[in-house]
Design a protein around this ligand. Structure first.
Ligand SMILES: [Zn+2]
Ligand SMILES: [Zn+2]
Length: 558
């Protein structure tokens, strides 16, 4: 039976180009997962959008002397192009700047206020006398009280992932002028997170399928006890607070951006011409929602958003809580976390200006930081491209297809007597297809890829041992059987590898004589029919010159 799967992906701040750390952290695993679910025949919506608000955007806009909407608009357009060129298949990638999003966020705000989950209170905030302004979140920096990192910000520590409040910072300083802020009392709205502590603990404890690191980190925070947090700020860029007398403040981004998953689902339904279709993904308890994020976003998705949904669901409609939050660890570059603010990263538009998307998707999948941080290394990228994509999978496809096309009139040869070894290899390919699917379904993306690549290696040995180039002269029937077997294996692996390598697997789908998208053929292996015409094959991958490693390494950090 077809299932409903909601794929939610982190909202990138529209304040800089995307880097490979963000791609491997959230967008690529989400896309692999969504492609697999679609091929299975499930109903999938994959949503996200640019986060236009918040101090990360205003800090950079001020530095460039631009209005924040211009900066956000520029990067939103760039994100859309990156998704298309990398093959990240959103059903909707919108922004937090839409009226629909503001309406949805204000509705949730008011509902929580009515139920006393939000309340006003006064708090002490950093204020820069020199700049004559409050210093919300990223406008104040200092030392993290938990890990000692000295570039922690007023909202979060990038080093240990902990969410912070400005008063927690040791040695705070103004981001704009560097001076030490004074403290002023100011009234703000707070989310009563403390009241959800026990309910969240019960809920998280029962999520046995979550990644250990995600569940343990969340339970650790819950065992310390959640603190109420201010959800409004002294800025003029963002969503208005729908309460009279609060016109000079805005709803803060970490309260509002997570609501984007719901508002984007509504916008998707509206655009699809079925304005109520989002309800099945949010209110039907059999629908499952997966939140693909990097580990720095864990608190927003396992604590704050679920608490908001619990409070919002106290009426008649019960909104689904996240089914899984498969957060990844960090990608590192030269041992440091890849980061937009530090400029130490491999930038997506820059990568795509020189190389193809599938080799990056392959390298990032093989090296995905599922359980621990993983380093991006150009040397490793080139080696894996040349040894694994070109010499293993690409070589298998290229020599079998080219040889068959040239020697069997451009069509699938008819097999004669099939040996035990032929059947065994075909059975392994079928097994790999099933294992890859199962692993992707459980968000074990590295394991899924390895299941398929192991059979590609074995099929290469099979072709080597059976040497169809000799058989074609000595025993044409046996040659046809060997090629037919190899084509069957290639057809199965094409489907298994498709979520990882969508561009080249789609090409291969065509070489094998198929029409339409790979996805439409379903998650099953179809043995090519004897006599089926093949299309003239071309190499799927290109070998990279190891000399590029030095050039690319020199570009890092620029
Ligand atoms: Zn820290
Ligand atoms: Zn200042």
């Amino acid at each position: 039976m077809s299932e409903k799967i909601l794929v939610c992906v982190a909202w990138p701040y529209a304040n800089g180009s995307l880097h490979t750390g963000q791609i491997v952290g959230a967008y690529l695993p989400a896309d692999i997962f969504a492609r697999y679910q679609r091929a299975l025949g499930n109903q999938v919506i994959m949503v996200s959008g640019s986060d236009q608000h918040g101090t990360p955007v205003t800090v950079r806009a001020e530095a460039e002397g631009l209005p924040p909407e211009n900066l956000a608009g520029r990067f939103h357009a760039e994100f859309l192009e990156s998704w298309q060129r990398l093959g990240i298949t959103f059903d909707l990638f919108t922004t937090t700047g839409t009226e629909n999003h503001a309406r949805t966020a204000q509705d949730i705000f008011l509902r929580l206020l009515e139920r006393d989950h939000i309340y006003p209170a006064s708090m002490s905030l950093p204020y820069c006398a020199k700049d004559d302004r409050f210093l919300p979140d990223r406008y104040v920096e200092g030392t993290c009280p938990a890990c000692g990192y000295d570039n922690a910000r007023g909202d979060q520590c990038d080093n240990c992932g902990r969410t912070l409040n400005a008063p927690d910072l040791l040695d705070p300083r103004c981001k704009i002028c560097g001076s030490t802020p004074e403290w002023r009392e100011e009234e703000h709205f707070f989310l009563r997170l403390s009241a959800f502590n026990e309910r969240l603990k019960q809920w998280v404890s029962s999520q046995k399928h979550w990644r250990k690191a995600v569940a343990n980190w969340t339970l650790g925070i819950l065992n310390e006890g959640l603190q109420d947090r201010a959800i409004t700020r002294d800025i003029d860029w963002g969503i208005a607070i729908p309460v009279e007398g609060w016109e000079s403040k805005r709803i803060y981004v970490w309260f509002e951006a997570v609501i984007g998953y719901l508002s984007a689902s509504r916008e998707w339904a509206e655009r699809a011409g079925e304005p109520e279709a989002w309800r099945e993904f949010w209110l039907d308890p059999s629908a499952r929602s997966y939140y693909f994020i990097g580990k720095d976003n864990i608190p927003f998705h396992t604590l704050i958003w679920p608490a908001m949904l619990m409070g919002y669901s106290e009426g008649e409609e019960k909104y689904n809580l996240p089914y899984d939050v498969p957060a990844n660890q960090y990608q590192t570059v030269r041992g440091s976390k890849a980061s937009t603010s530090q400029r130490l990263a491999v930038w997506v538009p820059d990568y795509l200006s020189r190389y193809d998307p599938d080799p990056l998707r392959y390298y990032l999948s093989v090296n995905m930081p599922e359980t621990s941080d993983a380093d991006f290394s150009w040397g490793d990228f080139v080696r894996r491209n040349n040894d694994e994509l070109v010499a293993t999978w690409g070589n298998l496809v290229n020599r079998v297809l080219t040889f068959t096309y040239r020697n069997f009139e451009g069509s699938v040869p008819a097999p004669a007597a099939v040996t035990a070894a032929d059947s065994a290899l075909l059975a392994k390919a079928e097994g790999a297809l099933a294992a890859t699917g199962e692993n992707i379904g459980l968000c074990r993306f590295r394991a899924g890829l390895e299941s398929a690549m192991a059979v590609a290696r074995e099929a290469n040995r099979y072709v080597e041992e059976n040497a169809p180039w000799s058989l074609v002269k000595e025993d044409r029937e046996r040659c046809a059987t060997v090629l037919h077997t190899a084509l069957g294996v290639i057809a199965a692996l094409k489907t298994a590898l498709y979520p990882y390598l969508p561009f080249t697997c789609q090409q291969l789908h065509g070489f094998l004589g198929n029409e339409g998208p790979v996805e439409a053929a379903g998650w099953r292996s179809v043995i090519p029919q004897p006599g089926q015409p093949l299309a003239e094959p071309k190499p799927l991958f290109r070998k990279l010159d190891p000399a590029i490693v030095e050039e690319e390494e020199a570009r890092l950090g620029q």
